[in-house]
Design a protein around this ligand. Structure first.
Ligand code: PEP
Length: 250
C-alpha cells in the first residue's frame, strides 16, 4: 500500500548518546495518519534506537547496508539475521555512496535485495543519476537500467516490500535540490517503467521517495507532487528541529 514516508539516513554520523536521543525525540512524535517514519541508523546504535522506535507503531528502523550471505567468515560484515534480531525493519540498498565509494554494482545490489526479502525484511532501494548523465539528458534511460538490473527479478508480491528512492547524485549533500517538476518527471517515469514490468496495481502501490537536499523549506513543495510519496533525507535528518518539520510536510 502506497504510504507517505519520511526516511532519515544518518550515514556515519552521531554517537550513541546523540543517536538514542534523536530516536527518542522522533519516536515521541505523533506521526500524521497515513505517514510512516523510517530512521536509517548506524549499525552500533540500532539496538538502542530500537527500544524507542519500537514504542511508536509508525516509526521504523533501517540499517544502511547488509551482507547478502547468511553467515560465516566475512570479517567486518553484518548479516540480515543479525539485523533482524536487533529490531531492524528495513535495509537501505543501492545508495549512491555504496555504489560509488564501495563499488557496489547492480549485480551485487540485486543479490542483496533478494537476500533482504528472503529474510522477511523490507527494503529502501535507491537509484539516481550522476551530474554528467543529467547534463547529457540521459537520466531516464540511466535510472531505468538501474531498476532493470537491480530489481526486475522480483515478483509482483515481493515488490510490495520495497520502497524506491530516487536520489539524483548531484543533489545529495550539495544543497542543490532537484526542482519539484524534475522530481515529478522522474518519479512518473519510474512508475511507468514499473507498470510495464509489474502491472498497474504494483506500480500504483509502491512508494517512491525523493532524496537530495530535502529540508523543511522545500519538503512541502516536493512532497505535494503526485508521484512523490515522501523523502529520503540525509543532513536534515540529523536534528529533530529539522527532521520533525519534514515529517509534518505531507
Ligand atoms: C542521502 O544521503 O540519501 C541524502 C539525500 O542526503 P542529503 O539529504 O543530505 O542530500
Amino acid at each position: 500500500m502506497r504510504k507517505n514516508i519520511a526516511a532519515g539516513n544518518w550515514k556515519m554520523n552521531l554517537d550513541l548518546d546523540a543517536s538514542v536521543s534523536l530516536a527518542q525525540q522522533i519516536s515521541e512524535q505523533s506521526v500524521p495518519a497515513g505517514t510512516a517514519v523510517i530512521l536509517g541508523v548506524p549499525f552500533p546504535f540500532l539496538f538502542s534506537c530500537s527500544l524507542h522506535t519500537g514504542t511508536n507503531p509508525n516509526v521504523f528502523l533501517a540499517a544502511q547496508n547488509c551482507n547478502e550471505q547468511e553467515s560465516g567468515a566475512y570479517t567486518g560484515e553484518v548479516s540480515l539475521k543479525q539485523l533482524k534480531s536487533v529490531g531492524v525493519d528495513y535495509i537501505i540498498i543501492g545508495h549512491s555512496e555504496r555504489r560509488e565509494i564501495f563499488n557496489e554494482a547492480d549485480e551485487l545490489l540485486a543479490k542483496k535485495l533478494t537476500a533482504v526479502l528472503d529474510a522477511g525484511l523490507k527494503c529502501i532501494f535507491c537509484c539516481g543519476e550522476p551530474l554528467s548523465v543529467r547534463e547529457a539528458n540521459e537520466q531516464s534511460a540511466y535510472v531505468e537500467a538501474q531498476l532493470k538490473n537491480g530489481m526486475f527479478h522480483l515478483t509482483e508480491q515481493q515488490l510490495e516490500s520495497v520502497i524506491l528512492a530516487y536520489e539524483p547524485i548531484w543533489a545529495i549533500g550539495t544543497g542543490k535540490t532537484a526542482s519539484p517538476e524534475q522530481a515529478q518527471e522522474m518519479h512518473a517515469h519510474i512508475r511507468s517503467v514499473l507498470k510495464n514490468k509489474f502491472g498497474a496495481a504494483a506500480s500504483e502501490g509502491i512508494s517512491i521517495l525523493y532524496g537530495g537536499s530535502v529540508k523543511p523549506a522545500n519538503a512541502k513543495e516536493i512532497f505535494a507532487k503526485n508521484d512523490v510519496d515522501g523523502g529520503l533525507v540525509g543532513g536534515a535528518s540529523l536534528k529533530a528541529e529539522t527532521f520533525i518539520p519534514i515529517i509534518n510536510s505531507f
